[in-house]
Design a protein around this ligand. Structure first.
Ligand SMILES: NC(=O)c1ccc[n+]([C@@H]2O[C@H](COP(=O)([O-])OP(=O)(O)OC[C@H]3O[C@@H](n4cnc5c(N)ncnc54)[C@H](OP(=O)(O)O)[C@@H]3O)[C@@H](O)[C@H]2O)c1
Length: 275
């Protein structure tokens, strides 16, 4: 699996990782075992960056990811989690971060993000907590998610010694705004854009035959690939972009990992850029 540098940290991160939103709570053992099988296969294929959040399945995702982590050397995996913006005080944000670590069964996150900008708590307060978590060794790196460029700049300005390494944003072939409008800023400032919902959340499985699908199919034919692989390849063929598709099915995990090998031509990227 190809890796790129996470900002200017020297840390190398896989261009394709694994998302975990959508895991359900209160399911039977088999459901979670199947899910773990897929995550393990992804890890085997180099998708060692696993993205979770306290919000996903109300902690269930972090718990299952924690069971997976316990099977590996901690250093083999890169674990991202996120602070949900419903915690209003410094203490409750700290408490939430510690609870996430407990559910994951780890001493530190590799990357910890503010999940959404909050209307209730200032960015300054959130950044105080994040920088303190770095100082206490609870997270190696910090970032944000769903922040506009303006909010990102504001957040960075409140950090004394720490750089935000990523903004995790909705970006896929049918939602290209951040790729065209925000990515240039992140490239100039050595910040990774982590593209979430790279397959439009539903996997582009039930798309009607329209311009998007026709263009994807045409490019897919050139590479003997599936349209989902082309959608992922389109994202990671952009400089400074990594992504985190979610797949419960092992065959989807395998297909997604292969997308890392697809090199699109300049012309193909241009065609897909204009969808
Ligand atoms: N920061 C945020 O606010 C935020 C928001 C949304 C998502 N995220 C993160 O981003 C991750 C990915 O986004 P997402 O979960 O919204 O959706 P997604 O990755 O865009 O799509 C997931 C869907 O695609 C299907 N799929 C996966 N690989 C496929 C393939 N090769 N061929 C066909 N179908 C395929 C999956 O099916 P199966 O599961 O059946 O295999 C699932 O139905 C999340 O899990 C989460 O970690 C972050």
């Amino acid at each position: 699996m190809k890796k790129i540098e996470l900002g200017k940290t020297g840390e190398m991160i896989p261009i394709i990782g694994q998302g975990t939103w959508g895991i359900k709570s209160f399911k039977g053992r088999e459901y979670y075992e199947n899910w773990k099988k897929s995550l393990r296969r992804g890890i085997e294929l180099g998708m060692t960056h696993i993205d979770t959040a306290e919000f996903y399945g109300h902690g269930t995702s972090e718990k299952v990811v924690g069971e997976i982590i316990s099977e590996y050397n901690r250093d083999e995996l890169f674990i991202t989690s996120k602070l949900f913006p419903m915690h209003l005080s410094y203490n409750s944000m700290k408490k939430a971060a510690n609870k996430s670590l407990t559910r994951l069964g780890i001493e530190y996150f590799d990357l910890y993000l503010i999940h959404w900008p909050s209307p209730f708590i200032s960015i300054k307060k959130q950044m105080n907590v994040m920088e303190d978590l770095v100082g206490e060794g609870k997270t190696r790196y910090i970032g944000v998610s769903n922040f506009s460029v303006k909010q990102f700049k504001e957040a960075q300005q409140y950090l004394k010694e720490t750089k935000l390494v990523t903004n995790q944003l909705l970006a896929n072939i049918s939602k290209q705004d951040h790729i065209h409008n925000s990515l240039p800023y992140y490239c100039e400032n050595n910040v990774i854009l982590t593209a979430y919902s790279p397959l439009g959340h539903r996997g582009f499985n039930s798309l009607k035959k329209d311009d998007l699908i026709e263009k994807l199919q045409k490019v897919a034919k050139n590479h003997n690939a599936a349209i989902q692989q082309i959608a992922i390849a389109w994202l990671i063929n952009h400089e400074n972009v990594i992504t985190i598709p979610k797949a419960f099915k092992v065959e989807h995990v395998e297909s997604n990992a292969k997308a890392a090998e697809i090199m699109l031509t300049k012309e193909e990227v241009e065609v897909l850029d204009r969808i």
